[in-house]
Design a protein around this ligand. Structure first.
Ligand code: SF4
Length: 366
């Protein structure tokens, strides 16, 4: 079946045995990649991937998706390219074409070790910048340069300079969800997987913790160090509410609820456990809850469910439009046309790398 003749592809998520459309992400592939067809070769070469992700996509869509996966996997070998993908990417990217997957911390670590000449980051802009900072001699590409992040957009390097003047001598801890300019003004970065450990590693009474206000509150609840915060918020996690959690508890007695620390404090309080995406993965793998609700971006549940078929995932989730602006179509375009290279001033790279390396040296918290 040809995958080129202009068709609408509605990305659906399967939820509790029903196929549902979340926000009806409408992807329009018009007259492109005329050579892509669902041939016997494509079918054979993608059968292992299909068997893995078939429960997350409607069967009717596979003949359109498989040729992209096949072509991307072929081209990345020919062009000496490695594909990194964040946990919030769709299963077709996460399991279909990515070589390395994980949370922001894992991707930052792995980006510093890749052997290939080219890196494609399936994530958002700050993640591609982080990869470039950690591997400045590689060419790093982002399939959609507009894939931003509300947290990263909430603060600039100049804001940090101003804050440092206002709070002289107070070290700056920045969430990795920030631009290269912000990282260049930062003492040490952190992710939600190690924020408390990073803050306490400094051995000081007070830190500037930027830019996520809710993560700052979460860290403040776990440490005696005084936290001076900023007003950034994740547009995905801030939408979850205490009322939603209460309704879920009523509808699914015994439900285990795991919240991301970027959620509002009252949502975290109403949940059974709070942790980063990697903590969520480990919690589900180790504790095997019967029914679980991950209070985070939609694709997390799909991607973890594939590895944990015995766990029932309840999925009233929120979608990240930035993460979901990465598609098989623009990954292929990136590979074919070497589009959207990430370029950062060398001076910024040098200054920013120190703050990421310090974070990596501190490692994860349990
Ligand atoms: S989920 Fe939130 S923090 Fe992550 S990229 Fe999207 S907007 Fe940014």
């Amino acid at each position: 079946m040809a995958a080129n003749n202009g068709f609408y592809y509605i990305n659906r998520y399967k939820c509790d045995n029903n196929t549902v459309t979340i926000n009806s992400i409408l992807l329009l592939f018009i007259f492109m990649n005329a050579q892509l067809s669902f041939t016997d070769e494509v079918k054979t070469n993608t059968s292992v991937i299909y068997n893995k992700i078939k429960n997350t996509i409607p069967d009717i869509e596979w003949p359109f998706i498989a040729p992209y996966i096949h072509e991307i996997n072929k081209l990345k070998k020919q062009t000496n390219t490695v594909i990194l993908a964040h946990n919030y990417q769709t299963p077709q990217i996460f399991y279909g074409v990515a070589d390395i997957v994980g949370d922001s911390l894992a991707l930052a670590i792995e980006a510093s070790k890749v052997k290939e000449d080219n890196i494609i980051m399936c994530g958002v802009h700050f993640m591609a910048e982080t990869a470039k900072i950690m591997s400045p001699n590689k060419k790093v590409y982002l399939p959609n340069l507009k894939a931003g992040c509300s947290l990263a957009a909430s603060i600039t390097g100049q804001d940090i300079v101003n804050l440092k003047k206002k709070h002289p001598g107070v070290p700056v801890v920045s969430y990795v969800n920030t631009s290269a300019d912000v990282k260049a003004e930062t003492d040490v970065c952190c992710t939600s997987a190690n924020a408390v450990k990073v803050v306490e590693s400094l051995g000081v009474d007070k830190v500037l913790f930027l830019p996520d206000e809710y993560l700052a509150k979460y860290v403040a609840s776990k440490t005696k160090v005084e936290i001076i915060s900023w007003h950034g918020k994740c547009e995905v996690h801030e939408k979850f509410s205490e009322k939603e959690i209460a309704e879920l508890r009523k509808n699914y007695p015994g439900l285990t609820i795991i919240a991301h620390p970027e959620c509002p404090p009252e949502v975290i309080k109403a949940s059974d456990f709070a942790g980063s995406t990697s903590h969520m993965v480990n919690y589900v793998k180790d504790k095997k809850p019967k029914n679980v609700f991950l209070v985070t971006e939609c694709s997390m549940s799909d991607n973890i469910q594939i590895e944990n078929p015995d766990v029932n995932f309840i999925k009233p989730c929120n979608i990240c439009p930035h993460m979901k602006s990465i598609s098989l179509s623009n990954i292929l375009d990136c590979l074919q046309n070497k589009k959207n290279e990430i370029l950062i001033d060398n001076n910024i790279i040098e200054r920013a790398r120190g703050s990421i390396e310090k974070m990596i040296a501190i490692g994860r918290q349990d």
